[in-house]
Design a protein around this ligand. Sequence first.
Ligand code: DON
Length: 309
Amino acid sequence: MKLDQASIENAVKTAYADHKDDTGGENASYIPYLASVDPALFGVCVMTADGQLFEMGDTGFEFALESISKVFSMAWAMEKVGLETFQQKVGADPTGEPFNSVISVALHGDAPVSPLVNAGAMSTVSLIPGDTAEDRWEAILQVQSAFAGRKIRLSDEVNESEQSTNFHNRAIAWLLYSGGTMYSDPMEACDVYTRQCSTLVTARDLAAMGATIANRGVNPLTGDRVVQAAHVPAMLAEMTMEGLYTASGDWAYQVGLPGKSGVGGGILAVMPGKLAIAGFAPPLDPAGNSVKAQHAVAQVARSLGLSIY
Ligand code: DON
């Protein structure tokens, strides 16, 4: 492992230069807002577990957090209901199916399998304590902000775009309800889940969120403990198994770091105890993972000799 400042700086610069002109992939089109984001945007950065930042490209551009939000809601639900209850209610296995799979829910008795796919993520939201959807939403927004070390906000534009097209997720929410694995009103859980995907982050924010995981639950920028250290291994394990959906196994073989992607084009990888690598580029592969950002993050990891295996 070469983790001195010069090596990290060089790894980020080289990965950016090597992948800046990569082609392939398409912006997500099933959410109209995402289809309209400039596909040429590209940023890569690293934040160390002690808060040093290295960055190249469009690392200050705000994009939709999307599925990466699932990691932080998972963290908060575990914090509130405890690891064992959380695992028993939401599951902890790879689905082997796309992120919005109905089949994986149906195959498991209308129960979720993983908190990092849509079904488990909505069940996760429903487990967060609160009398109303607003209570749960405020808790999620606060936890995203605590991981990022700055106030994260909802994009009304992204949210409206998602809420007006999220019929598939509503069907999954009702399916879970019929199986007794929704712990609040299912349409409220789907609404709050959709909002948690519609917040805006930069690649820098993503790196800070990852650095907080790398730093075992303490945000290195604010010094605040966000979640207990005992829950971080479960987050990392889940990211390894399901973070890049049907490409999670390939990612584990080739990169060897827990990761998480979102259809907004963001991707995050964490080297526990050391650092986080974040990338952003909107065009996605068929599994829903950013093409360019995947390549760049993988290259940074390889050139620094990072792998948990
Ligand atoms: O539920 C959805 O379809 C989106 N709001 C988020 C999906 C997502 O980011 C999947 N990730 N690659």
